[in-house]
Ligand binder design. Structure first.
Ligand code: PMP
Length: 280
C-alpha cells in the first residue's frame, strides 16, 4: 500500500508529516473522501471544488490545480492497484512554530491514501442502521470540511456505546442537522423526500447533491428543509447518504422503529437509482 505525502508516493506505514504540522496541532486542515467505483472516480470534480471552498474559507488557496490533483489521485490509484476504494485527500496549512494566528509563507501539506472497499451493491437488500439522537455539539461552520472531527467522533462513539450504529445530531430546538459523517433524509407521509438545506450547519454532501438531482429526474419531489427529530421518528422511511456509505437505510431512531423496522422499499429504490448512476 502506498500513500502520497507532499510530492512522494511512500509505503503507507512510513507516511508521516511533521509534529508541528498545523493539521496535527490545530486541525488547521481540510479533507475530502472520494469514492472510486470500479475504476471510476465518482464526482471527483465536485469534491475538488468543495476542497477549494473549504480551503478558501480558511484563507488558503488550492496548493495545486484541480487537474494536478486528479493526476496525483489517478497515480495513487494505479500504484495501489485498486478498483473500488475510498480516496482520502487532506490539505493542511503546513508546519510552523506553534502559534494560534496563521503563519506566513508555510508550505501546505498534501496527503492522500487509497483504501480498498467492497463495491456498493443495491441489488441485494441493504442493511439498516440504528441511530441515536444526540445534541449537535460541533462548531458553527460545518460547511467547511475540516479535520476537526472530535465532536462527530465522540457522538458516534457514544451512540455505539449505547448499542446504536451512528448518531443523528440535533439542534437545541430539536431539528436534525445530519449524521456524524453523512447527510440525513426522511420520506415524508406525503411522499416527498426531505433533507436539510445547505447552510453553515451541515456539510453539503456530494452524494446528497447527486441524489437530489437523480431523484428529481425520476420525478420524485424533494423538500430541502429542516425536519424535527419528532418528524423523523414518524417518517415512512429514513436513510443517510455519503461518498463512503452511498445510501444506507435507517431503521430505528432512539427507541422508535421506522415503519416496520425493516429497510424501506423507497430507500432501496433510491439506492438503485444511485447504483445505476455509479455504473453509468
Ligand atoms: N456530513 C458530514 C458531517 C460528513 O462528514 C459527510 C461525509 N464526508 C457527509 C455529510 C456526506 O458528504 P459526501 O456525500 O460528500 O461524502
Amino acid at each position: 500500500r502506498f500513500a502520497y505525502v507532499n510530492g512522494a508516493y511512500v509505503p503507507h506505514e512510513h507516511a508521516s508529516v511533521h509534529i508541528e504540522d498545523r493539521g496535527f496541532q490545530f486541525a488547521d486542515s481540510v479533507y475530502e473522501v472520494i469514492y472510486l467505483y470500479k475504476g471510476k472516480l465518482i464526482d471527483a470534480e465536485a469534491h475538488l471544488k468543495r476542497l477549494e471552498h473549504s480551503l478558501n474559507e480558511l484563507d488558503m488557496d488550492m496548493p495545486k490545480s484541480r487537474a494536478a490533483f486528479m493526476v496525483t489521485i489517478k497515480e495513487l490509484v494505479r500504484r495501489n492497484r485498486v478498483k473500488t476504494a475510498l480516496i482520502y485527500v487532506q490539505v493542511t496549512r503546513g508546519s510552523a512554530v506553534r502559534d494560534f494566528s496563521y503563519p506566513e509563507n508555510t508550505m501546505p501539506s498534501v496527503v492522500m491514501t487509497a483504501r480498498r472497499v467492497a463495491p456498493f451493491d443495491a441489488n441485494v437488500p441493504l442493511k439498516g442502521i440504528k441511530v441515536m439522537s444526540l445534541p449537535d455539539i460541533r462548531w458553527a461552520r460545518c460547511d467547511i470540511k475540516t479535520t476537526s472531527l472530535l465532536a462527530a467522533s465522540m457522538s458516534k462513539q457514544k451512540a455505539q456505546d449505547n448499542g446504536f450504529d451512528d448518531a443523528w445530531l440535533v439542534t437545541d430546538d430539536q431539528f436534525v442537522t445530519e449524521g456524524t459523517s453523512n447527510n440525513a433524509w426522511i420520506l415524508r407521509e406525503d411522499g416527498r423526500l426531505q433533507t436539510r438545506k445547505p447552510s453553515h450547519e451541515i456539510l453539503n454532501g456530494i452524494t446528497r447533491q447527486a441524489i437530489i438531482k437523480l431523484a428529481g429526474q425520476k420525478g420524485i419531489e424533494i423538500l430541502e428543509d429542516a425536519f424535527s427529530l419528532d418528524e423523523a421518528k414518524k417518517a415512512k422511511e429514513a436513510f443517510v447518504t455519503s461518498s463512503s456509505a452511498c445510501v444506507k437505510p435507517v431503521i430505528q431512531i432512539d427507541d422508535t422503529t421506522i415503519a416496520d423496522g425493516k429497510p424501506g422499499l423507497f430507500t432501496q429504490q433510491i439506492a438503485k437509482i444511485y447504483a445505476d448512476f455509479l455504473e453509468e
